[in-house]
Design a protein around this ligand. Sequence first.
Ligand code: NAD
Ligand code: IPM
Ligand code: MN
Length: 365
Amino acid sequence: MSTYNIAVLPGDGIGPEVMAEAHKVLDAIATRFGLTLTLNTFDVGGCAIDKHGHALPPATLAGCEQADAILFGSIGGPKWDSLPLEQRPERAALLTLRSHFDLFSNLRPARIYPDLAHLSPLREDIARRGMDVVVVRELTSGIYFGQPKGLEGEGEQQYAFDTMRYSRAEIRRIAISAFEAARKRRGKVTSVDKANVLVCSRLWREVTEEVAKDYPDVTLEHIYIDNATMQLLKSPTDFDVLLCSNLFGDIISDECAMITGSMGLLPSASINGSGFGLFEPAGGSAPDIAGQGIANPIAQILSASMLLRYSLNEVDAADAIDKAVVQTLSDGVLTGELLSQEQRHHAHSTAQVGDYICQLIRQAQ
Ligand code: NAD
Ligand code: IPM
Ligand code: MN
């Protein structure tokens, strides 16, 4: 019997609500596949600031270090927005964890399934043709982490600065992640940049071209970020793997999530060179809907599936979750944000969607 230790960090806002459903799903999966999954829960984010005075308490970091993988919810919210940047949950906890474990490779798969095209806000004929992309986002460098960063001067002369910075080695390793992903998919990498303006993007293109030479079976195209955001809406089938720097990948993955129907559908895997990973929804703590039991738990549940697939190599268990999720969506068991205003009275709650997915997993036994 395989035994795994998973650090569970629910966080703030809808984090604990959707995490409760992922927890149920992992319990159902453990029973069906005979896995022993030990889930240890730790405080992180704004709630950890309130309780322990720090967004990433030492016990939480230690729990993550001892785990086989981390399942993360989401953090942040209006209550902690006025803190200095370095104390805010986003930087003090999430960016610190990404950097601490060197989780440079962020995979964000987004898909419109043919019979779920009606969930997409795209024009019907475009949505019906589908979309199946994975955003491969560099996660531990670029403008998020580049130094110097700061605020200087006073009055109208005051200025702020961030540094976008990439080394060849950093570009090379994320490009390799993208080409490896493309090789297992439809064999196309579209590298997203702003090489008409940014020096970083010029180096990005150069190194990406070098990596492409080792992958003759994969096609490489380059596209400017502004055009990419537009082409994704116009012709999403043109894309397979989108290779992005940290900031561009952040922006484009929210767009991809919405193209599939909701921010609440997009999972993500953040992985280091040893296969250790943190798995989290691409979206945030959604303060506008927190506490109402209406958040979509699917991004969190699919993040648990990615954890099983990428960090634990439990591929059958991951497939079972993915299949149950698609079935749930096809059966019309949907949270409110996936429904039109007129249909919203048919909405299912966060817990009802989680329960339905668990039931499908158990029935398939
Ligand atoms: P958000 O992703 O939380 O919300 C954007 C929109 O998407 C909102 O309308 C929200 O209701 C909706 N949404 C998101 N997840 C949903 C779900 N599961 N079901 C239904 N609807 C969902 O982005 P925001 O409002 O810009 O940020 C809120 C807070 O979350 C901020 O503090 C931000 O920094 C933080 N954040 C955290 C993470 C993370 O922890 N990984 C990611 C993104 C944003
Ligand atoms: C994401 C989030 C984070 C990011 C924030 C919360 C720091 O938006 O994971 O997409 O910008 O990376
Ligand atoms: Mn984001």
